[in-house]
Every structure is written in structure tokens, then in C-alpha cells.
Design a protein. Sequence first.
Length: 70
Amino acid sequence: MSKAKEIHLRCMRCRELVPTSVKFKDRKSFDMNGLVKSRPPCPRCGEMTSYSKENICIQDDKGGFVCIDI
């Protein structure tokens, strides 16, 4: 069974990775519609960051983050 992947957002103002509480196992279980209502604040600049295809990053198998096109 694959390990759940963490989702971070890239702040559109300062480009910092913003941690979220969202995790998913694969693209099939990923629900973009459930994300659009959440807007976590950036810990660096305070900007409220919206989820979008341009700024979603997932944790890779080595622990780093890769921005993806969903």
C-alpha cells in the first residue's frame, strides 16, 4: 500500500511552501474540489493562499516537494 502524501502550497506572493493538513494516497483519491474552500495563511508573509493547479506541491518519496499539474 502506498504511503499518504502531504500537500503544501506555494505562496503566490513570497513563494514560500505553506504546510497544509491535507494528505492523499494517489491521484484517484485526490479531490481538488475539497481544497478550494481552504485558504491557509503563509507563515512567512501572512498572505492567505488559495489552492490552485499552479501552486500545489506534493511530498515525493525522498521527502522533498514537487509541484504538480493536476
